[in-house]
Design a protein around this ligand. Structure first.
Ligand code: TYD
Ligand code: MG
Length: 457
C-alpha cells in the first residue's frame, strides 16, 4: 500500500503526519498532504547493477563543456560565463518580476546565432509568446515553441529535437499522471525536475527552469528543488521600479553571489554595465537616509537606507523592515538603545532600502543604525551621511572586508565624507591612495558614530 506523506511547500521538509508549523523552515500552514510517487527513484528498483568502469580525470574532456552565451553579458556573468551544456539552472523570482522576459530574450538571441533552442511555455499561449517576442525585437524568429505541460511529452520533445538550450517556463506548470498530486505541488515539481535533469544530462542540453516564488506559498517554492539543480539564480527587484538584480544563490559552475543588474524598459531588459549608483534616490540625501557601499560578488553597489521613527500608540511598537533582515534590525535597535542611549523602545521604527535592494552585507549595519538615529532626531540638519561598518552587540563598529574598494567607489561618485571603522581608515591610509577632498571619519563605536551623524543630540 502506498502511504501518503506530508511535505512542506517551502522547504520540502517531509513529515509522517500533518503539522501546523514546519519544523524545517518554521513557517505556518505550508505542510500539505501528498500521495507518494509511483515512480521509483534512483536505486528504488533494487535490480542488481553492473559495476561502472570509473573514469580517469585525465580522460575527462572539457571540450564538451564549452558554454553557450545567453547573449546578455550580465546574465552570462552571473552564470559564470554562460550556460553549461548538460546542466540545469533554476531561475526563481516573484511573478511579474521579468523572468519570462529575460529568458525569452536569451532564447531569441541564441536562436539568432543558429544554436538550436526551445521554449516550453506552460503559462503563456503560443500567441502570447509571439507577441512578446515581437516586442523584444524577435520578429521573424524561428525559435521553437512547445506549449505542452505534461512532463513525459516535454521529455519526448527534448529527446527528439535535442536542442542546445531549453527553457521551461515554468516548472510549476508541469505535471505527470504518474504522480498522484496536483500541478504545482512538491511531488509534481520534484518529479518533473528529476525527469528533465536526466534528459538534459543525457543529451547535453543547457536547461533553464523558471520557478515562481509566491509569498502566500500557494505554489511549491523553488527551494525544494535547490539541491537537485546545478545552479539557482534569483531575480529580484520591485515591480514598480525599473531595476532588477539577478543573483546566483548556488552555482556549481561559477562563483555564487555574483550579481547582474538589468533595467526593465520598453523593449525588454537592458543591461546596466555600471550599476553602482542606480539604486540611489535622486536629489540630496535627507536626514533619515544613509548611503552605504555594499559588496555583491565582485561588485560594489551603493545602497540607500531610509528610516522613519515615530512615537508608538501600540503596546508593542512596530518594527517594519524592507530590504533588511528583521532580526538584524531588532539587534541594531537594541544596540542603539543600550550602547548609544537612544530611547527607542516606545517608538515605531520603519526601515526601507531604496530601489528594492536586499542588504545582506554586514557592512550595512552602521548605515541602518545611523538612519534610525538620524530619523529619531527629527529635524536634524539634513546633512547626508555616508557610512559603512559592522556593528557588534557590544556597540563596537567593526572592520569590514574590502574597505578600500568601498571608499574608492564612494569617492568616484562624489561622496567626499565617509564614516568608516577605525581599522578600515588606517588600512586606506596605508594603501597610499590619494583622493583629493576625501575625508574619512574613523569611528570606534556606535555612540561616537551617532554623535557624529546627529550633531545636535
Ligand atoms: P514577465 O517577464 O512576464 O514576468 P514573470 O515571468 O517573472 O512573471 O514580466 C512582466 C513585466 O514586465 C510586465 O509587468 C510588463 C513588463 N515588461 C516591460 O516593461 N517591457 C517589456 O518589453 C516586457 C516584455 C515586459
Ligand atoms: Mg512569466
Amino acid at each position: 500500500m502506498r502511504k501518503n506523506s506530508f511535505i512542506c511547500r517551502e522547504c520540502g521538509y517531509v513529515s509522517p503526519k500533518w503539522l501546523g508549523r514546519c519544523p524545517g523552515c518554521g513557517q505556518w500552514n505550508t505542510i500539505t498532504e501528498e500521495a507518494a510517487p509511483v515512480r521509483s527513484g534512483p536505486g528504488g528498483g533494487r535490480a542488481p547493477a553492473a559495476a561502472p568502469a570509473p573514469l580517469r580525470l585525465s580522460d575527462v574532456d572539457l571540450g564538451a563543456q564549452a558554454r553557450v552565451s545567453s547573449g546578455l553579458a550580465e546574465f552570462d556573468r552571473v552564470l559564470g560565463g554562460g550556460l553549461v551544456p548538460g546542466s540545469v539552472v533554476l531561475v526563481g523570482g516573484e511573478p511579474g518580476i521579468g523572468k519570462s522576459t529575460l529568458l525569452l530574450q536569451a532564447l531569441l538571441d541564441v536562436e539568432r546565432r543558429d544554436i538550436p533552442a526551445i521554449l516550453v511555455s506552460g503559462e503563456e499561449s503560443a500567441a502570447q509568446v509571439k507577441l512578446r517576442s515581437v516586442r523584444l525585437g524577435g520578429e521573424g524568429s524561428r525559435l521553437r515553441l512547445v506549449t505542452q505541460t505534461q512532463t513525459e511529452a516535454v521529455v519526448a520533445s527534448l529527446e527528439e529535437i535535442r536542442p542546445s538550450v531549453c527553457v521551461v517556463d515554468s516548472v510549476q506548470t508541469l505535471w505527470s499522471s504518474e504522480v498522484g498530486s496536483v500541478p504545482g505541488s512538491v511531488a509534481q515539481i520534484r518529479d518533473a525536475t528529476a525527469q528533465l535533469l536526466r534528459v538534459a544530462k543525457d543529451n547535453n542540453i543547457a536547461l533553464v527552469l523558471v520557478g515562481h516564488v509566491t509569498k502566500d506559498g500557494e505554489l511549491a517554492g523553488p527551494r525544494v528543488l535547490e539541491h537537485m539543480v546545478d545552479a539557482v539564480l534569483s531575480f529580484e527587484g520591485e515591480r514598480a521600479q525599473p531595476f532588477r538584480i539577478l543573483r546566483a544563490v548556488k552555482n556549481r559552475f561559477g562563483s555564487t553571489n555574483e550579481v547582474g543588474v538589468f533595467q526593465m524598459a520598453e523593449r525588454g531588459l537592458e543591461e546596466v554595465p555600471d550599476p553602482a549608483s542606480v539604486f540611489l534616490e535622486e536629489g540630496d540625501l535627507r536626514s533619515g537616509s544613509v548611503v552605504v557601499p555594499v559588496l555583491e560578488g565582485t561588485r560594489c553597489l551603493l545602497a540607500e537606507v531610509q528610516a522613519l521613527v515615530a512615537t508608538s500608540n501600540m503596546p508593542m511598537p512596530q518594527r517594519v523592515a524592507r530590504g533588511v533582515d528583521r532580526n538584524r534590525l531588532a539587534m541594531i535597535v537594541a544596540v542603539l538603545n543600550r550602547r548609544a542611549r537612544l530611547p527607542l523602545f516606545k517608538c515605531d521604527i520603519f526601515v526601507n532600502v531604496a530601489g528594492g535592494l536586499v542588504l545582506e552585507d554586514p557592512a550595512a549595519d552602521l548605515a541602518v543604525a545611523l538612519a534610525i538615529a538620524s530619523a529619531w532626531q527629527d529635524g536634524a540638519d539634513g546633512r547626508g551621511v555616508v557610512a559603512f561598518g559592522e556593528v557588534s552587540l557590544t556597540g563596537k563598529v567593526r572592520y569590514v572586508l574590502q574597505g578600500d574598494k568601498r571608499i574608492q567607489e564612494l569617492a568616484r561618485r562624489g561622496f567626499p565624507h565617509i564614516l568608516v571603522p577605525g581599522r578600515n581608515a588606517e588600512e586606506f591610509a596605508k594603501g597610499g591612495t590619494v583622493a583629493s577632498g576625501l575625508r574619512l571619519e574613523a569611528v570606534a563605536d556606535i555612540a561616537q558614530a551617532v554623535k557624529y551623524a546627529t550633531p545636535r543630540s
